[in-house]
Write a protein that binds this ligand. Structure first.
Ligand code: ADP
Length: 476
């Protein structure tokens, strides 16, 4: 089976979030299962061509939009699978992927609309027609629309929603600018409150829609989590699937991680304690006998960062250490910078720092994830791989990967409401668990033995591809 995987970002070439990790790991896992996979993305200015061995091909593709023709030069490299890069200087030779800190680029609809056409022209020009094209998020959501409505190709389409808050909503003039045809401007297709919604097009025109956890698949069909698309998702729920992301077990491995102080595995957890001691020493925290709680993530409302901000005074007076790493919205950055070095038991670093994040996963007793919503979440899986127990809000992928210790076979702590009260109560439950040394150590070993690798999820995607291609229901 031939798969074309299209994403606006792929690790390690370009990354702004979890999408890039998935866009690298899933095609790699699929190819290990014997599928023929190519992946495709725009070639941004920030991509280091030399470092990644990205070379020019002699292929050029013209995309004729009503107001202008855009020519894309095709580049490629091989890293587990073959990656094709689409380069157009005017559209993609910019400092950022989607916009500057001041806001989104105003021509994002042209940028990703033209890229979507270019992907289909690539098939026409090379004769490589995949069985299934797998598209991701709003940036590539027009591809299923073009396949069904314009090109009328016999290629099946699977579209994955990584975060439904981002939909690609533009003025209705886009219909003209992208030569889409006004018949698509209706409530059953691209129209969304008088505008054009790319993601809605992906949902309506794909053969299957997936999102990154079973619980999030159910949640986005409700007004609370659907960001206005819950109605259209309910109408298309027969083709909606929730498939958990995995983490790359080669990239995240405490036995080989070069950034942590001492490598360890589930049979040498005393070495995790050594990591903790060295971490406390390096970052100015004391008392190794106290539990160490960490938070790593974007400072955004979604991640429950307000709850942490509101709880800082209580956390400062607790018999526990905290380490917070992240960056994001300016107001949160300012707040966390202002409390740097203020409390002896709270270490704060505002920024993006992968080596530090790895030291934190290796050293911590508990990871905090008070998310308001969480499509899948990678942090909690990484933490457990490093023997760190998870304290999380029961939502989305967190509800699918963590079982509360009060339930049979439970191994983490979940709380129901995204409130300061529930959050602090959950921390106190973790502190109680920490005192029960035997149970705590048993659970640590247990979470390290859980399997969050891509293997199981890749098999589910393959069954889904077969289902959309051959039409026999196999159940995902
Ligand atoms: P998102 O919603 O941001 O995509 P995920 O949980 O899916 O969240 O992925 C977050 C990834 O980014 C994890 O690998 C996490 O370790 C990493 N990460 C997030 N913030 C930081 C940071 N400030 N420094 C280092 N790594 C970070």
């Amino acid at each position: 089976m031939k798969i074309a995987f299209v994403s606006s970002e792929i690790y390690p070439f370009a990354k702004t979030g979890g999408l890039a990790d998935v866009a690298y790991s899933l095609p790699k896992a699929l190819s290990h299962h014997g599928l023929e996979v190519i992946s495709m993305m725009p070639l941004y200015k920030t991509v280091d061509r030399e470092k990644h061995g990205i070379v020019e091909t002699n292929l050029e593709i013209d995309v004729h939009l009503p107001e202008k023709t855009y020519t894309f030069k095709i580049y490629k490299t091989k890293r587990d699978v073959e990656h094709f890069f689409f380069y157009n200087e005017e559209l993609f030779d910019r400092d950022y992927l989607y916009g500057t800190p001041e806001g989104d680029y105003p021509d994002n609809h042209i940028r990703f609309g033209a890229f979507s056409y270019a992907v289909l022209e690539f098939f026409r020009k090379t004769g490589f027609y995949p069985d299934v094209i797998h598209t991701n998020d709003w940036q590539t959501a027009l591809i299923p629309v073009l396949i069904k409505d314009k090109y009328k190709l016999d290629i099946k389409t699977v579209h994955t929603i990584h975060n439904i808050a981002y939909q690609g909503v533009f003025d209705k003039d886009v219909i003209n600018q992208l030569g889409l045809g006004w018949h698509l401007f209706n409530m059953e297709a691209l129209e969304f409150y008088g505008k054009v919604n790319f993601l809605k097009g992906g949902i309506v025109f794909s053969d299957a829609v997936t999102t990154v956890s079973p619980t999030y698949a159910r949640e986005i069909c409700t007004p609370e989590y659907g960001f206005g698309l819950d109605g259209i998702l309910r109408a298309h729920c027969h083709k909606l699937y929730g498939i958990l992301n995995g983490i790359d077990y080669d990239v995240w491995n405490p036995e080989t991680d070069p950034y942590i102080y001492v490598n360890y595995n589930e049979t040498s957890l005393e070495k995790k304690e050594k990591n903790k001691q060295r971490f406390l020493d390096e970052y100015g925290l004391a008392d190794v006998e106290k539990p160490l709680f960490i938070f790593i993530g974007r400072f955004a409302k979604q991640k429950g960062i307000d709850i942490i901000q509101q709880s800082i005074t209580e956390m400062a007076s607790m018999n526990a250490n905290f380490s917070i790493l992240g960056s994001g919205d300016k107001a949160y950055n300012d707040f966390f910078n202002s409390i740097k070095n203020r409390f002896p038991n709270i270490f704060v670093e505002v920024g993006y720092d992968e080596p530090l994040s790895r030291k934190m996963y290796a050293s911590a007793d508990f990871l905090l994830m008070p998310s308001i919503y969480e499509p899948c979440g990678l942090n909690q899986m990484i933490a457990m791989r490093y023997g760190t127990l998870v304290v999380a809000r029961k939502t989305g992928g967190l509800a699918d990967t963590v079982i509360d210790i009060d339930l049979p076979a439970g191994y983490g702590i979940l709380f129901e409401h995204p409130t300061k009260m529930d959050f602090l109560r959950a921390i106190n439950r973790a502190k109680e668990l920490y005192k029960n040394r035997k149970k705590f150590e048993r659970l640590r070993e247990f979470v390290m033995s859980l399997d969050f690798s891509w293997d199981a999820s890749a098999s589910k995607y393959i069954r889904l591809y077969e289902e959309v291609k051959f039409g026999f229901p196999k159940g995902v």
